[in-house]
Design a binder for this molecule. Sequence first.
Ligand code: DGJ
Length: 725
Amino acid sequence: MAIKFDKQTFQLHTKNTTYQLQIDTHGRLMHLHYGKKIEDTDLSYMLDEGIDRSYNINPYEVAFESNYFLNALPQEYPTLGYGDFRTPAIILKNADGTTALDLHYKEHELVEGKYELPGLPATFGEAESLKITLEDTASGIEVDLLYAVFVDKDIITRATIVRNVGYETITLKKVQSLSMDFLYGEFDLIHFQGHHVAERLYERTPIGHHLQHIGSNRGISSHQHNPGFILANPGTIENFGDCYGFNLVYSGNFNANIEKSETDSTRVTLGLGDDTFSWKLEAGQSFTAPEAVLSYSANGFAQLSQNFHKMVKENLSRSKFTNTKRPVLINNWEATYFDFTGEKLVEIANAAKAIGVDMLVMDDGWFGNRFDDNRALGDWFVNEEKLGGSLKGLVEKINALDMKFGIWFEPEMVSEESKLFKAHPDWAYRIPGRNPSMGRKQLLLDLSKTEVQDYLYETISAVLDSTNIEYVKWDMNRAITHWFNGELPTDQLGELQHRYMLGLYRLFDKVTSRFPNILFEGCAGGGGRFDLGMLYYQPQIWTSDNTDAINRLKIQYGTSFFYPISSMGSHVSVTPNHQTGRSTPLDTRFHVAMSGTFGYELDLTKMSTKEKEDSSRYTALYKQYQQLIFSGDYYRLTSPFDTKQITAWQITAQDQSESLLTVVATDVIGNSPNIYLKLQGLDEQADYEINGKTYSGSALMNVGFKAMQQYTGNFPSAQFYIKRK
Ligand code: DGJ
């Protein structure tokens, strides 16, 4: 049994971790431990008890004892109004307008298998679940705290359901998926910030006595902050130290607060974004908050990342392609932008076929009057004039080359200049009496409306049914503003952001269920929605619109903390690069793009003979290594944020039989020192072959490997295939 209940104490055990909760003598649920595995031991001796903390507030029933202060106790699901002044997990407005809430244990249930969250993406698979119900009888509110334990993965998930069991309507103002109190300790916050074309850049800051907040109010999880973040002891590095990973299975507005209190405890909360959130809960109704995923590693970040990677691949991403090889693709976006014809695509496909590419993806510009980004979104009807014939005809030409065909959509959007907007102006988010804010000259469709979801489902399905389409890139290119839905009562407009996500998830569910043999790739102006919610439906996401290999080192490094390599879209593009103007060698562009779902994003017809030869070789090499790249354990050997100007990473097969080492020099100095690296994950007892030479695993891991010497030129790189003998 991974979950036990005895003497008012819940123990949740994974292979290497323990999570402990206790119902205290006053009936409140306390959080006693999350971290390294311990035997079933009552840890309540750790609590702040019997101390009269001056100037603190205590609940009425202990008013004369003055030694029980919620502000100094580690609570599992903290509320407002009873003397805990730290960040609450839940805020609601009672029927009488007050916000006080005092949750007490009511009952619990242990369940075999993984709980489900209808309508929301969530983890699945072999797990044990626990439901603890808390209640506030004065409010008429019950809160179910759901837990699932994935023993072998060292993963624990949480979710929250709020139920109105009273007679009057209440309004939820904030419902977080998790709250966790650490009684003591120094922590660094590691999170992943950025902007368009520079997503998920690593940032590490100490947690002081203040509130640190990350989140999104853009309607997407965002380029700016990712819902995945880490708390680590200050000395923690890749293979040493305590660290905790937190992430949310959600793709819209989110909110994470990290706060160190006056008694030096640290509270983490994570859940739906709450700036404008509200949810009307009538008697008998319930509200389900999205799932949060946690992991702890006593051995540094590499282990933590590997726990998340395995969870995504085995318990979250439900596509049949998640754990299979994927086609090497050529996407025409950076090759042509909007300026293409069917003939040009066939030319590109021919050139691609010659270097071993498996699939042509036709990006933006194939529909309606879409000759630039000012118009036509929503008109998902093939522009046969532009393609020089039907879509079916084009697909047949590509298939005749023995290549697959993929297509781009941006279903959530509508252009003002489109047939769809003219027919249904009320489907776009606009506030009466105000001009809408524009982003890329486009507006959002109100996905909270069932008729909009159904229209998109039918229109997308019609295109996908019309011919042999084997891949869809689902794009989304602006943040959401001007939330308004004239059919919702005004006191429910704060529900719209979450209703949008529920509508989008319903649409994804329908489309991906109807087309299980189509490979879906997520995209939001590159990596603006790279999160666990999207990965539930789509096994891969276009990591960034930035294809510069050197910028990609940082983007892919940051992304790798929570997301597997097999989920990162990564393409070789032209030099000088379109986003940065930088020139990099073809080898380096290949080496970087090979750590992902590899493809091309340039006009292959313009490649020199030498470039074509190199490309053939690299395409073949990627296909040879793809299984290893997708299923191996990922190790970040150095950081692109360090000053050493070397970025190195390694992917090692779980059975330690092979490994792939990649090194990129981001700067070159004259008469350079050699680059030595200690390798990871190999079998110390085995011998390995690298470029025809034999090395002992023990030496490679404990002494090192000379990866580069006297290197010259701009951004040189090297890659080594390591094979057990
Ligand atoms: C943004 C995407 O990230 C690009 O790859 C491309 O598909 C464009 N949108 C097309 O508009």
